[in-house]
Ligand binder design. Structure first.
Ligand code: ADP
Ligand code: MG
Length: 328
């Protein structure tokens, strides 16, 4: 790959968890019912993401790995409509392929179900070959950063890198309870959600029984135009952790880490949380996509709301009411 490509790749693909994030987003965008993620070691050895989504035709597979190609951005209106599909930059497969040995195997769900396979090694795109697999897509990323030793240097221990992977896959599993998400590390299952559409079942699978049993349901339709609905779960003030990591907040189903979402949740506890303790939270704020700008941060985890104070008020009220209902 050209040097510029490799440098650009470092912006999107910082570590194994960034690869996992992009691949899982693609699987979810592809309407998968089942997404399986497996990671070996610190993730540089191998990351495999399999889905049963719409798949790709052979000619689309070739196009998909080119730079700035995406099947998701149709017109300028799509760009302005804020949060729709998860990806729209058309960069991920191209950049991952520039810094690894990546094989994509895919079979379209519709039309002729002929499978195809393509390997990219350090940005060099191979030939599309026929392949057999059921409808869906498998992306296997091996030897990540083999040609960018500086990136490799910067990685932490396998346990730390995998913890980041786990955090990301967990969030997508919680945001998409209708999708069966399974994560394995060195062939051992970390968690597996049933994909029956129940958030509490996903919480049980990801965080375990103690956490799931301490959850309080939130379901509010605020009176403001700024928010349509706020749904999810927050934990009893006694079930907490010492990091913010378990505050999983979403806007229209997409993970968003923004103070405008986190702070009103904490406020809603009205001082019942011990200092420096944080609740478990899985909360989705649904609103008109034109009322939120998702493009303020290149990694897309921050947003800007049209009417932030109305959103904050709606969240605080929704969570406080839910806690009050439980006598908390
Ligand atoms: P983006 O997601 O921003 O469109 P990517 O580089 O991540 O860009 O993917 C390029 C294209 O490859 C996507 O637009 C999509 O058409 C196709 N694609 C990638 N992953 C999958 C998948 N798991 N299933 C079906 N199509 C996929
Ligand atoms: Mg993508």
């Amino acid at each position: 790959a050209a040097t510029v490509d490799r440098i650009a790749a470092g912006e999107v693909v910082e570590r194994p968890a960034s690869v996992v994030k992009e691949l899982v987003e693609n699987s979810l965008d592809a309407d998968a019912d089942e997404v399986r993620v497996s990671v070996a070691g610190d993730g540089t050895d191998e990351i495999v993401v399999r889905d049963d989504g719409v798949g790709m035709r052979a000619r689309d597979l070739e196009v998909a790995v080119e730079q700035h190609t995406t099947s998701k951005l149709r017109d300028a209106e799509d760009l302005e409509s804020g949060i729709g599909t998860l990806g729209f930059r058309g960069e991920a497969l191209h950049t991952i392929g520039a810094v690894s040995k990546t094989t994509i195997t895919t079979t379209p769900r519709a039309g002729e179900r002929r499978g195809a396979e393509l390997t990219i090694e350090g940005g060099a795109v191979g030939e599309v070959e026929p392949a057999g697999r059921p409808p869906g897509t498998t992306v296997a990323v091996r030897d990540l950063f083999y040609n960018t030793p500086a990136r490799r240097e910067f990685l932490k221990t396998p346990a730390t890198e995998f913890a980041r992977v786990n955090r990301i896959v967990s969030r997508y599993a919680l945001a998409n309870p209708g999708v069966a998400v399974r994560l394995t590390h060195d062939d051992r299952e970390t968690f597996s959600t049933p994909g029956r559409g129940d958030v509490l079942e996903a919480i049980l699978a990801v965080y375990g029984r103690d956490v799931a049993e301490a959850m309080v349901r939130v379901d509010a339709t605020p009176e403001t135009d700024a928010v349509d609905r706020i749904t999810g779960y927050v934990s009893h003030p006694e079930t907490t952790r010492s990091t913010r990591e378990y505050l999983a907040t979403f806007v229209n189903g997409r993970y968003v880490s923004d103070r405008a979402l986190r702070e009103p949740v904490i406020e809603a506890y009205g001082g019942q949380l011990a200092s420096d303790r944080f609740p478990f939270v899985v909360l989705d704020v649904t609103l008109d996509p034109s009322r939120v700008d998702a493009n303020v941060h290149p990694r897309k985890t921050e947003v800007r709301f049209d009417d932030e104070s109305a959103v904050r008020d709606a969240i605080e009220t929704a969570v406080r009411d839910a806690l009050l209902d439980e006598g908390i």
